[in-house]
Design a protein around this ligand. Structure first.
Ligand code: GLC
Length: 709
């Protein structure tokens, strides 16, 4: 502990200690400014969220530094999930780039912009693995796979925090939402997650452990209960596992009102009990409901809480403030000079690069793409064709931001083309009155581009959908246009996979563009024109129908795998079991061929295994391929998933070029959790499968054998 922290702690009254644990939403109208001023001056607020900009943060900081008795600086928290003023693709989109250096780059520019707005605690990265596209927050996370989410966690913590938390361009990151928030009952946000200990350990915990190992400064427990224990009161996981076994020494910050919500969860009688449960579980900062400030004094009187626990929490908060350099210079970040136009242009290019690399080409037939250059009549039809704000997706920040719409991008990329835009319908309205005009415009065009999908508010917090198809009457619009039989390309703007088998059947080409942020239209135009050869691959299995959910690549086998061919088997009677597109799927404008795959044939437990895979570009364009390595343990003491992702690598190949991709598997890559939940490498055969996606028919496999210990 530092002398400064101990000196402050020793000097604090109980109310001042509780003040340091109190985080208030300064943007909320219920917080009367004079009440907020009074509390800050009295040292009853330790951190503030949801405000940014020197004009707002500086006056509050001055109050704390000049009016409060102990002059302890405030932390300013904000959700900077995918950019602050330069908005990058939503996390689920960026995950499709399978590019950790890119994930780190976009985090760096976000921090440089957010720091200038006075933010010192970022409520990101969101690391919730999810296999249920009904859940609106699937857009905020890195998809369905624990390994991808772990690599994403490491890259984002590095990017947000840098090497020195006190440096001006860095800030504290928060790994959220701990844990299994992405597995809510019914796909409905805030729902109970009732999953097995094994699934928790194999799927949902690893990204958070990776974030802790990467040095994340804060963790935010999730709103949900886990098998009946609300995460905000889950001492076994928060204290015994995260702090105890993982050695996390940072700050646990509750989610919004989550401490008080322990009453609604049915585990606390009143605010005092709720506050005591959260404190006992190791929660340091109570976000927004003042449960600690108002509930802990009564909890102390009733013997439900201890001053020692309060002191421990205060120490961790003061230590974080010290690590952030707030005691040395609390204005360091906000006092930085404005970003130069040249830097802003560089950041725009980072966002554009992230955008082009996040786009997944799902279908391309009849030579529909890339578009030919030169004079042509293009009809852009649909409600998202000229909708700049919808390109931002959920959680974007600063007001007044502009994004390049699809129409902007097309017109900039094809100046000779005659491009018309007809919305036809709204995103989710039921008025079909504009469909005739749209069909007429399509009729007169050489090429039709449908722009369909979701608004930015159809994913994110509290935006779960029961139907994961096109909202409103977009399908009626699309079918009217498709009926013309023109070359038709569909551009999807979305925060989740959308079940649209009819569209994949009838459109000539389909691009999954997610929500790509400030440079969306330009990134999309680059792929449409072939200026960028699409390289995105799905980080989430794409369902054929919402009825298949949960559907993902690393499912366990069944005793009756016949599926569509065997009556008494693990199947549906009314639809196939296969997804529309598997995890890792994505097309290119060139053609990659996977050649020989070799591996160290025998290894002893703990030894590494080297896997080499040859990839050749047999097409007519340079391109970037992502090669996936899966593992299958066909016979083990525990039934193992049919495919476990153990590695992914990207390789750029010129026309005709061949490269060998090398994977090094460590000993614990072959481990399973045995019946006592202990990691163990069991001797015997393992199947290594390498290829372009989680479709077994497209993977090359080689068997390796682990010798007995
Ligand atoms: C929200 C979200 C959380 C966010 C916090 C602060 O309710 O659950 O992800 O960081 O409140 O905005």
């Amino acid at each position: 502990m530092s002398d400064l922290v101990e000196r402050l702690l020793a000097a604090m009254t109980l109310q001042e200690k509780l003040g340091q644990l109190n985080m208030i939403d300064a943007a909320l109208p219920t917080h009367a400014p004079d009440e907020m001023t009074r509390q800050v001056c009295a040292g009853l607020i330790g951190s503030v969220l949801n405000v940014y900009g020197a004009g707002t943060t500086n006056p509050l900081q001055q109050l704390a530094l000049e009016q409060s008795r102990l002059r302890i600086p405030l932390i300013f928290g904000f959700d900077v999930l995918h950019g602050h003023r330069t908005i990058c693709p939503i996390p689920l989109a960026e995950a499709c780039a399978f590019d950790p250096p890119l994930w780190e780059r976009t985090a760096r520019i976000a921090m440089d912009e957010a720091g200038r707005d006075g933010i010192t605690l970022n409520f990101a990265p969101m690391l919730d693995v999810c296999r249920d596209p009904r859940w609106g927050r699937i857009a905020e996370g890195p998809g369905e796979d624990a390994l991808v989410a772990s690599r994403y966690a490491e890259a984002k913590v590095r990017g947000f925090q840098g090497a020195d938390l006190a440096a001006r361009e860095n800030m504290a990151a928060t790994a959220k939402h701990f844990v299994a928030y992405g597995a809510p009952a019914g796909g409905r946000d805030y729902g109970s997650a009732d999953i097995s200990e094994r699934e928790l350990a194999e799927v949902y915990l690893p990204p958070f452990e990776a974030a802790v190992k990467a040095g994340v400064a804060a963790i935010m427990p999730s709103f949900n209960d886990l098998a009946g224990i609300p995460m905000t009161a889950h001492g076994a996981l928060l204290k015994d596992l995260v702090r105890g076994r993982w050695g996390f020494e940072g700050v646990l910050v509750s989610d919004y009102n989550a401490v008080g919500e322990l009453i609604a969860h049915g585990v606390a009688e009143d605010l005092a009990e709720a506050a005591a449960l959260a404190l006992a579980a190791g929660i340091d900062i109570d976000m927004q409901d003042q449960a600690y400030l108002l509930g802990l004094p009564a909890a102390l009187d009733r013997g439900l809480a201890s001053v020692a626990d309060i002191d421990r929490a205060v120490r961790r908060v003061l230590t974080l403030k010290q690590r952030l350099g707030l005691f040395d210079d609390p204005y360091r970040r906000v006092a930085a000079p404005p970003l130069s136009l040249d830097t802003l242009a560089q950041y725009a290019e980072v966002a554009r690069d992230a955008g082009r690399r996040s786009i997944v080409l799902l279908k391309n037939e009849r030579g529909a793409l890339p578009l030919k250059p030169g004079a042509q009549r293009i009809a852009l039809i649909g409600p998202l064709g000229d909708a700049p704000l919808e390109m931002f997706g959920c959680w974007f920040a600063a007001a007044g931001l502009e994004a390049a719409s699809i129409l902007d991008g097309l017109r900039a990329a094809l100046p000779q083309a005659d491009i018309s835009h007809v919305p036809g319908v709204t995103v989710d309205g039921d008025d079909q009155g504009g469909i005739a005009e749209a069909a007429a415009a399509a009729h007169d065009a050489d090429t039709v581009i449908l722009s369909l999908g979701e608004s930015k508010d159809m994913t994110g917090e509290a935006h779960s959908r029961g139907h994961i198809d096109l909202p409103g009457c977009q399908r009626a619009l699309a079918e009217a246009v498709l009926a013309l039989g023109k070359p038709t390309i569909a551009i999807l703007t979305h925060g989740r996979p959308l079940a649209l088998p009819w569209l994949f059947e009838r459109a000539d080409a389909v691009l999954a563009t997610w929500q790509l942020g400030s440079q969306a239209g330009h990134a999309i135009a680059e792929v449409l024109t072939g200026a960028w050869n699409p390289s995105g691959r799905l980080a989430i299995t794409w369902p054929l129908d919402g009825g298949q959910i949960p559907i993902f690549h690393s499912h366990r086998p069944t005793g009756r795998p016949g599926h569509n061919d065997v009556f008494y088997s693990n199947r549906y009677t009314d639809m196939p079991v296969e997804p529309q597109f598997p995890f890792g799927f994505g097309l290119s404008y060139t053609r990659f061929r996977l050649g020989s795959v070799t591996a160290t044939p025998e290894f002893a437990p703990g030894e590494t295994v080297t896997v080499l895979a040859e990839v050749t570009n047999e097409g007519a364009l340079e391109g970037e391929e992502t090669v996936f390595l899966f593992l299958r343990d066909p016979v083990a003491s525990i039934a193992r998933p049919v495919l476990e992702l153990k590695g992914f690598a990207k390789v750029t190949l010129a026309v005709g070029e061949r490269q060998t991709v090398r994977f090094i598997l460590q000993g614990d890559d072959f481990a399973l959790l045995d019946r006592n939940m202990r990691p163990r490498v069991e001797p015997g055969a393992f199947e290594i499968l390498v290829g372009p996606c989680a479709d077994r028919s497209r993977l090359s496999s080689v068997t390796v054998r682990c010798q007995s210990a």
